[in-house]
Ligand binder design. Structure first.
Ligand code: SAH
Length: 459
């Protein structure tokens, strides 16, 4: 307990950093979590919340900055709910992520000395403008003018910003055109509270290799409610690379961004882009990796770990739109992909056809159901299994089945080192060992981290 009160100002030395990217400092032994700080900062903070054993505080001023602190490039980095750790130098971000993975593997997985098996982090060349997909909510500023930006952390108030430092640079011009068009034609931004107004979001997707651009206006109404639309289309279609202009109808009171109905009003229904040498078609609703350059790095590492010679049977579990399956198919005998979302498998099959991959087969369903059934019925085993589950990790039934199938290699791609550590421990207790671990930074300035690890069957 502490007898501090809310809003009271205190001086803190930040001595630790949580996995959510908050600094931690102690006031007379009582710990406070403070957003926007880094280890080594000496700060004035105002108490914002008190629990029994810890509290929260807001950064008021910096008395002495940490040597690892940098000035965020984005002027609204603090308010915006997007970037969490822009104030930490990129060098230190890399160290933080690598240590986060090592810590989880040790603490949760019980892997002593795991550092020896961990490669140096595969980081971005430049940690800016790396995202190929943006969904900007549209609202109003205090003067009632339409604005675009991002939500502040934990709320739905929009922090106006058309020039996001991690998004493609072309967005700024697209948004400025749309906002000017809205103002000129008195087109109302959507108001979440009342469910009135027209334009809810602007979605953009950019093919970094092809240069193709898609813009999709998500509206609470009909296409004809967009008065004078041809004027906007003229302006947007003149942007170099513009390939697809679409309208999506979402008239529901929901937090879901996209509605069911999509209409192409200019150009194609999709854009194309590459990861490595594999070409993909991407529609407004398609899942596609948001940092394609680093995804290529991640998959190249997965391919290296898989060590394929051209003969192997490979299972790609949680395969999404088949990105990893197709990446590996050229070096494998046969690849089977499993994914729960039917639309993703539809895309996977299209992408296989576009790339002329004939040695891949996809199944829709839960990996923990499809794989055991298939294994039982056909007895088909696997030389290599790749898993790339969502944050909650692999289902225990699936892990059991994988161990029964007994592949020589398991390549585990993970977006959450805690569940990776848990699952790797289970696999190691069933006859595998961790050989190598690579940390890949796909999301600079966020605390997200991707890991690929190679497990091998103990002979
Ligand atoms: N490997 C893909 C996508 C990985 S994301 C890529 O690199 O692009 C994880 C995927 O697992 C998502 O597509 C999600 O829909 C799918 N998924 C979630 N639970 C699943 C389950 N129980 N069985 C199969 N797929 C599942």
């Amino acid at each position: 307990m502490t007898d501090l009160k809310k809003n009271q100002e205190i001086i803190l030395e930040i001595e630790d950093f949580t996995k959510e990217g908050e600094g931690l400092g102690k006031y007379q032994g009582f710990p406070f979590f403070v957003k926007d700080t880094v280890i080594g900062d000496r700060i004035v903070a105002a108490v914002t919340g008190l629990k029994k054993n810890y509290g929260y505080a807001r950064l008021v001023s910096i008395l002495e900055p940490s040597p690892d602190r940098v000035e965020p490039l984005c002027p609204v980095a603090r308010q915006c709910g997007g970037c969490r750790i822009q104030q930490l130098s990129y060098e230190k971000q890399k160290e933080f992520k690598w240590n986060l993975v090592a810590g989880c593997l040790k603490r949760i997985g019980g892997f002593e000395n795991i550092e020896k098996k961990m490669e140096p982090i595969l980081a971005m060349e430049s940690p800016w403008h790396y995202r190929n997909k943006a969904q900007f909510p549209i609202g109003r500023d205090r003067e009632g003018r339409p604005v675009a930006g991002f939500y502040a952390g934990r709320t739905h108030s929009i922090i106006p910003n058309t020039n996001c430092m991690i998004q493609a640079e072309v967005n700024a011009g697209i948004l400025d055109s749309i906002l000017a068009y809205m103002e000129k034609n008195r087109i109302e931004p959507y108001d979440e509270k009342g469910g009135k107004g027209l334009v809810r979001h602007v979605l953009t997707r950019v093919g970094f290799v092809t240069g193709q651009i898609m813009v999709c206006l998500i509206i609470n109404g009909r296409e004809k409610d967009l008065k004078n639309l041809p004027a906007l289309v003229d302006e947007l279609s003149a942007i170099e690379g513009m390939t697809s202009i679409m309208v999506n109808i979402n008239r529901e009171k929901t937090n879901r961004i996209l509605g069911e109905e999509c209409r192409t009003i200019w150009g194609k229904d999709y854009i194309e882009d590459y990861i490595g040498e594999i070409r993909y078609q991407i529609g407004p609703k398609s899942f596609f990796q948001v940092n394609p350059a680093q995804t290529g790095v991640l998959y190249a590492k997965a391919l290296e770990y898989a060590g394929l010679t051209g003969k192997e049977t490979v299972w790609d579990m949680y395969c999404g739109i088949g990105t990893i399956s197709l990446f590996l198919a050229r070096s494998a005998g046969k690849v089977y992909g499993v994914e729960i979302v039917k639309e993703a498998i539809d895309d996977a099959r299209i992408n296989a056809a576009i790339n002329g991959c004939q040695n891949v087969e996809f199944f829709v369903g839960k990996a923990e159901e499809v794989v055991p059934a298939h294994h039982k019925e056909t007895g088909i085993s696997a030389d290599v299994v790749v898993v790339d589950p969502p944050r909650k990790g692999c289902d225990p039934v699936l892990l059991e089945t994988i161990a029964d199938m007994g592949p020589d290699k398991i390549v585990y791609v993970s977006c959450d080192p805690a569940t990776l550590a848990r699952d790797a421990r289970i696999l190691c207790d069933k006859g595998y060992e961790v050989i190598k671990v690579a940390v890949v930074d796909q999301f600079a300035h966020s605390t997200h981290v991707e890991v690929v690890s190679l497990l091998s069957r103990v002979k």
